[in-house]
Design a protein around this ligand. Structure first.
Ligand code: SF4
Length: 287
């Protein structure tokens, strides 16, 4: 059984990631974000289950892998779903990766990761926390199974004070819903985070339907912006380039104002990137 895969986001033409591996201890994700794309290729995607034999077989994968290439956890699920509290697959994974000397990119929306602070402070691990609004009520509608942004921000404070390398994914930005990111960026900067990566929402038919069902007041506008005026890129509906540029430029301006490095994920726009990587790999250079 091979759990370790080369990261390859559908050979995305706008992807700026350097080579890395992708590793996911769980199948599916119980954060149930309305905008999530995993529902297009994982059956019963919002029911999270542990992968059988994961920790037992992982060392075999690592023995055959290139340890100079970082491992990203996780790209099709959050590594800290609710069942991680009892299963501890991610905790076990981090221990094994540290033992084998791999560099690790950990991407999450959960404050459960603070349980693993003992490991996070020992290995070559960079944490990316995804937060796309300061508004807990809005987040509870967009990401009904995820911990609220206030908890994620508190977790960031602990990580920063513990010298764990961190960045924030301000992602996705959905037009008419969470475009006003300035208060969030100010808060992130005040906490001591140095850089962010951001992107606009890339729609799939099913995620767009979930969003328009939950937010009918912007439903018609979203459908127009994505399905009529947008572009189809690598299986997703993008906003038109001028609209993406307007939204990303606002994030860039706020980042500059609060001294945050700026990068984008799969936008293909000519806006200056002031942070060295989109996925936090530049934060791993401390070892
Ligand atoms: S945390 Fe990520 S993988 Fe999980 S539901 Fe949300 S967008 Fe999907």
């Amino acid at each position: 059984m091979h759990f370790l895969r080369r990261f390859d986001p559908w050979k995305g033409k706008h992807c700026t990631c350097k080579p890395k591996y992708s590793l996911a201890p769980y199948t599916g994700c119980d954060h149930r974000c309305l905008y999530c794309y995993i529902t297009t290729y994982i059956p019963n995607a919002f029911f999270c289950r542990a992968k059988s034999g994961f920790l037992k077989n992982l060392p075999n994968d690592l023995k055959n892998a290139d340890s100079t290439i970082p491992i990203s956890i996780s790209n099709s699920s959050d590594p800290y779903p609710t069942i991680e509290r009892s299963e501890e697959l991610t905790r076990g994974t981090l221990k094994i990766l540290n033992e084998y000397g791999f560099k690790t990119l950990l991407v999450t929306k959960s404050d459960i990761l603070l349980r693993d602070l003992d490991i996070l402070t020992q290995g070559n691990i960079a944490v990316t926390m995804t937060i796309n609004t300061m508004d807990d009520t809005l987040a509870s509608r967009m990401e009904p199974g995820a911990p609220p942004p206030t908890k994620r921000l508190s977790a960031l404070e602990v990580l920063v004070s513990s010298a764990v390398p961190v960045m924030v994914r301000v992602d996705p930005i959905i037009p008419g819903l969470n475009e006003d990111v300035e208060p969030l960026l100010k808060e992130i900067s005040d906490i001591g985070v140095k850089c962010i990566t951001t992107s606009t929402y890339k729609a799939r038919r099913d995620s767009l339907k979930r969003l328009t069902d939950e937010f009918p007041e912007i439903g018609e506008q979203l459908e127009k912006q994505y399905l009529s005026s947008g572009e189809f890129v690598n299986r997703s509906y993008y906003l038109a380039a001028n609209e993406r540029e307007r939204i990303m430029k606002h994030v860039y301006d706020c980042s500059k104002k609060y001294g945050l490095g700026f990068n984008m994920c799969r936008e293909g726009l000519a806006i200056q990137r002031t942070s060295s990587s989109c996925d936090g790999v530049h934060l791993l250079s401390r070892l």
